[in-house]
Design a binder for this molecule. Structure first.
Ligand SMILES: Nc1nc2c(c(=O)[nH]1)N[C@H]1C(S)=C(S)[C@@H](COP(=O)(O)O)O[C@H]1N2
Ligand SMILES: [Mo]
Length: 190
């Protein structure tokens, strides 16, 4: 349990981080609506570009947020080892990072308490810097339903994720199609 004071302090730190992120992207006038900087996942962009990378969390949320690596690292870390099929064969990796659930809760989903199981109507669309997209349903990772450990992974096999800030990890998927790399946006919607 967190005290109100420490919660306020955390929010202040978040506000400062968001302000910094906005300042860093101020060069792009449409930054607020177009989301995080677009860094090509194939060409990379180097360490300096990576530090500017932020993950936009928006949609049906009270507080649209831009999360940095530091913000993601501040959330409880989970570890999962998964196997999936891809164009280059079967891959097995160990990922660490916060739960998608915790990342979305940071933005405070606007679920309607007057609608029965409102959260079960929602999905999260993950977008990569190359505009590749995949969607997971809230019910897949809700602790009261499938309770799958869907991660916003920041490390893969002990190293920072090769492409950008974070990668979606969907344990149980046979194929890697929902392991969206170089995440730039998570949008909650229905
Ligand atoms: N951003 C982004 N993420 C992506 C893809 C993509 O094209 N763009 N391809 C997906 C597919 S179809 C697979 S099988 C896996 C492959 O993972 P790998 O790139 O680590 O080999 O990434 C997934 N994540
Ligand atoms: Mo794939």
């Amino acid at each position: 349990m967190r005290s109100t004071t420490s919660r306020s302090r955390r929010l202040a730190v978040l506000a400062a981080a968001v302000f910094t992120a906005v300042a860093l992207t101020a060069g792009t006038a449409s930054g607020a609506s177009s989301g995080a900087p677009n860094i090509d996942r194939r060409t990379g962009g180097g360490a300096a570009a990576k530090q500017r990378t932020v993950l936009l969390v928006d949609g049906a949320v009270r507080h649209r947020v831009r999360l940095s690596a530091t913000d993601l690292a501040a959330l409880p870390e989970q570890t999962v080892t998964v196997t999936f099929e891809s164009g280059t064969g079967t891959q097995t990796h160990t990922y660490t990072g916060p739960l998608l659930l915790d990342v979305l809760n940071r933005a405070q989903p606007k679920f309607d308490p007057t609608v029965k199981n409102d959260q079960l109507r929602y999905v999260v669309t993950a977008t990569g810097s190359d505009r590749y997209q995949a969607t997971v349903a809230w019910g897949e990772f809700d602790p009261g339903f499938e309770h799958k450990s869907v991660l916003v992974a920041v490390t893969e096999d002990g190293q920072p994720t090769a492409d950008g800030l974070a990668r979606l990890v969907v344990p149980g998927d046979v194929k890697g199609g929902r392991y969206v790399s170089d995440l730039i946006r998570l949008r909650l919607h229905r």
